[in-house]
Write a protein that binds this ligand. Structure first.
Ligand code: NIG
Ligand code: FE
Length: 430
């Protein structure tokens, strides 16, 4: 091929170049030259990275830029991907992973016929975990949470949302939020084992009415409204409410979330999980970022959510655990909603930190295609955290959070099941 004398090779400054990628599943939102399919897959790809941002992506060979170090005096690190399949890291947009104890005993009680709602009404369920969490010291809680972060990262998660909601007092909720912030990859005390996971904190003081307020629930709502919410500004990105017959009513949720919005929190809801309690409608009315669960959301609710741009987050781990019918993902997709999938990792209804399992359940029991399920566990998880410009797909300028898979072809994801197909994850938080 004749050289074009007017076209010089561009120079791209990087700290790291990742070569020899067999398939780069970008999930890009814009077409990428040379990429194919709805997921924009590039074969024989390479990535240039500077300060954990993607500064180059394309096919190897012709058209490659000239890479120069972004830090004079330091060599470029070259990583050979050995033809691995590479995707964005999973974004798990709904977890309750900061807690002590577990509820194996209640799990088996439920298996013998006692309902989840009935346990809540008896002061068990969430309140069992509240008691264990309040009784644990901070170091114990941190250690448990770190172990869980290491585990979910081993299954491919690189961004995780973590909710409070097992403290349920001003002091205990504040401790939970401070610990969740400490767990973040970029926090001063982050440890090597957790440095690969970006943590997004959510305040869920309205998870359950604690026993001290059982007979004066209005006083607890006031505590959330007037003391917790103003005090936690800056500590939590989101405010969430468990809007449910056994938890908080539509009106209580409306008051809490309206105030939260005024204070600058993004909004989420646990909506219509056990009964049609108005959560999905409220999410649309308030312009929440996501409404989660949605087992009992009606068609008009879904219409309203689409109009308002609310992400529908489905949590198949709950259906699996509670043996309740799986919500039909097709219904949400046919309504034109952005569908996200998350683990809902918690000790009651979904004791699972593995996004591959969630993706597999969605493909099998909720009839999602691989393309839909991969989209739901990456870019749509990012949308559910209002982080779609930062993570969830591999595009220029975004964070370079990757999964290296131990498979030959990305179509093995969701097909080969019950084993961990993730070899490792890559991030370089600074
Ligand atoms: O998302 N529904 C409320 N919260 C959790 C369950 C928490 C628990 O049972 O401890 C959920 O299902
Ligand atoms: Fe939840």
């Amino acid at each position: 091929m004749a050289l074009d004398p007017y076209q010089s090779t561009p120079v791209v400054r990087v700290s790291t170049v990742i070569r020899n990628i067999g398939q780069l599943v970008t999930i890009a939102q814009q077409p990428i030259p040379g990429a194919s399919g709805p997921l924009q897959v590039l074969e024989r790809a390479l990535l240039g990275v500077s300060q954990n941002r993607i500064v180059w992506l394309g096919q190897e060979g012709e058209g490659e830029p000239q890479f120069q170090t972004d830090t004079p005096g330091t060599d470029i690190t070259v990583i050979d991907a050995r033809e691995a399949v590479v995707t964005p890291g999973f974004v798990d947009s709904h977890t309750h992973l900061l807690f002590a104890g577990n509820r194996a005993e209640e799990f088996h009680m439920r298996r013998s016929g006692i309902g989840y709602g009935e346990l809540l009404a008896r002061g068990l369920g969430i309140l069992t975990t509240m008691n264990a969490t309040r009784a644990a010291d901070e170091e114990t809680l941190l250690t448990l949470a770190r172990e869980r972060l290491v585990s979910l990262n081993a299954y491919g998660t690189t961004t995780v949302e973590i909710k409070t909601g097992y403290g349920l007092s001003l002091e205990a909720e504040e401790v939970s939020l401070r610990l969740i912030n400490k767990l973040n990859a970029t926090s001063e005390i982050a440890q090597p084992a957790t440095q690969k996971v970006r943590v997004v904190p959510t305040f869920l003081g309205a998870h359950s009415v604690p026993p001290e307020y059982r007979d004066r629930r209005a006083a607890y709502v006031d505590l959330v409204l007037h003391e917790m919410l103003p005090r936690f500004v800056g500590l939590a990105r989101f405010c969430d409410v468990f809007c449910e017959r056994e938890a908080f009513t539509y009106d209580e949720s409306l008051r809490i979330l309206t105030r939260a919005k005024e204070l600058g929190y993004y909004l989420k809801l646990h909506a219509d999980q056990l009964s049609p309690a108005g959560g999905a409608r409220l999410a649309a009315e308030l312009g929440a970022i996501s409404a989660d669960h949605l087992d009992h959301a009606s068609d008009p609710d879904l219409e309203a959510m689409r109009e308002a741009g609310v992400v529908a987050t489905l949590l198949p781990g709950c259906s699996y655990t509670l043996r309740s019918p799986y919500p039909s993902a097709r219904r949400f997709l046919d309504h034109g909603l952005h569908v996200a999938l998350a683990t809902d990792f918690n000790p009651g209804t979904s004791y699972c930190e593995n996004m591959q399992m969630i993706l597999g359940l969605a493909m099998s029991a909720m009839h999602m295609s691989l393309e839909e399920a991969l989209t739901a566990t990456t870019i749509n998880g990012a949308r559910a955290l209002a982080l779609q410009d930062e993570v969830g797909s591999l595009e220029l300028g975004k964070q370079c959070d990757l999964i290296f898979w131990s498979i030959q072809d990305y179509r093995e994801i969701g097909y080969h099941f019950g084993t961990n197909l993730v070899q490792s994850t890559f991030t370089q938080h600074t």
